[in-house]
Design a protein around this ligand. Structure first.
Ligand code: DHB
Length: 309
């Protein structure tokens, strides 16, 4: 079985799409819900619709991709309506992702979610790297504390946080200290590695237009960083906080590694962008076969059991 859960929310399959990839329209979201994925995550919403950054704003490479989309989305009302209508249908969860461009925008959107009849998981994205002039909130621990303190004064629904990748033990300790002070339902690590730069030596140029070519990295580049973040946070967060592992997943073996590090669920971004919804069936099969070879019946048989040497 590939079943898992986050708090009280059951997922028949631990695989989900990662926010941002092929999930901006209701047509794309319905396709994910019709696939073997355990549910779907909506494109991060802002209070109003946005066109996003100038194109070209995404470029595939042999190792993954670089993007600077700039939060193109249909606005919170669009996704809140979809999520409320589809949440729990056929046993599939809809996770509502929100990404305000300021703390005030996040609070404003979460108030709307609180006041709505949506009963699923909400994912607060603290880690979009692609808005010119805005830094990633997830790197400012005092700002994270402030936004969570303000949020939990009124927000009584289950909340997850999408975190940026951390690179130093000081950062793992610092963010965990903040998160452990709040009734967070889950964290999702990692978002893209922000502000990488892909260079084309032939044209002697950058490959995407926004921000002088700087953009978020996904794919093979990020898997070891993602595994490190899942592992480091699992070792530091209180057990009530579940973990979604995201980063570099393109095979059943990659999922297996994330679960060994402590992931309860996983999300697939770059590779889902390349392959579309058939990826959920393929990876489910690969993971099921790998578990059978190893004699594991459930994810709990090996979750978090990474060995050190
Ligand atoms: C975008 C990219 C992200 O990694 C993110 O978390 C949110 C938004 C984007 O550019 O649209």
């Amino acid at each position: 079985s590939l079943a898992s859960h986050i708090g009280d929310y059951q997922f028949d399959n631990l695989l989900l799409n990662a926010a941002g990839v092929r999930c901006a329209s209701t047509e794309e979201l319905d396709k994910i819900l019709d696939s073997d994925a355990g549910g779907c995550v909506t494109k991060s919403a802002t209070p109003e619709p946005r066109k996003g950054n100038e194109s070209p704003r995404m470029k595939a490479t042999s190792m993954g991709c670089i993007n600077s989309m700039g939060l193109p989305n249909h606005g919170l009302d669009y996704y809140l309506k979809f999520a409320t209508e589809k949440q729990g249908n056929h046993g599939k969860q809809v996770i509502l992702s929100v990404a305000g461009l300021s703390i005030d925008q996040n609070i404003e959107m979460l108030k709307k979610v609180q006041a709505s009849s949506f009963s699923g998981l909400t994912e607060l994205n603290l880690s979009c790297p692609n808005i010119a002039g805005k830094s990633q909130l997830g790197y400012d621990f005092e700002a994270v504390r402030d936004v969570l303190a303000a949020t939990f004064k009124f927000f009584k629904k289950p909340l997850g946080l999408k975190l940026p990748p951390y690179f130093d033990f000081n950062q793992f300790d610092g963010i965990a200290d903040v998160l452990n002070d709040f009734p967070i339902t889950y964290i999702n690590s990692i978002n893209s590695i922000g502000n990488g730069l892909v260079v084309d030596p032939e044209t002697e140029s950058v490959v995407i237009k926004p921000k002088g070519g700087f953009g978020g990295l996904g794919g093979d580049y990020v898997k070891p960083t993602a595994l490190a973040n899942v592992r480091a946070l699992r070792l530091r967060l209180k057990p009530e906080i579940s973990i979604i592992g995201t980063g570099g997943i393109k095979s059943g073996k990659d999922v297996f590694e994330h679960v060994l590090c402590g992931a309860d669920l996983v999300q697939i971004g770059t590779a889902f962008g390349f392959d579309g919804t058939p990826i959920f069936e393929r990876i489910s099969k690969e993971l099921t076969e790998l578990m059978a070879q190893k004699g594991y019946q459930t994810l709990a048989d090996f979750r978090g059991k990474l060995k050190t040497i």
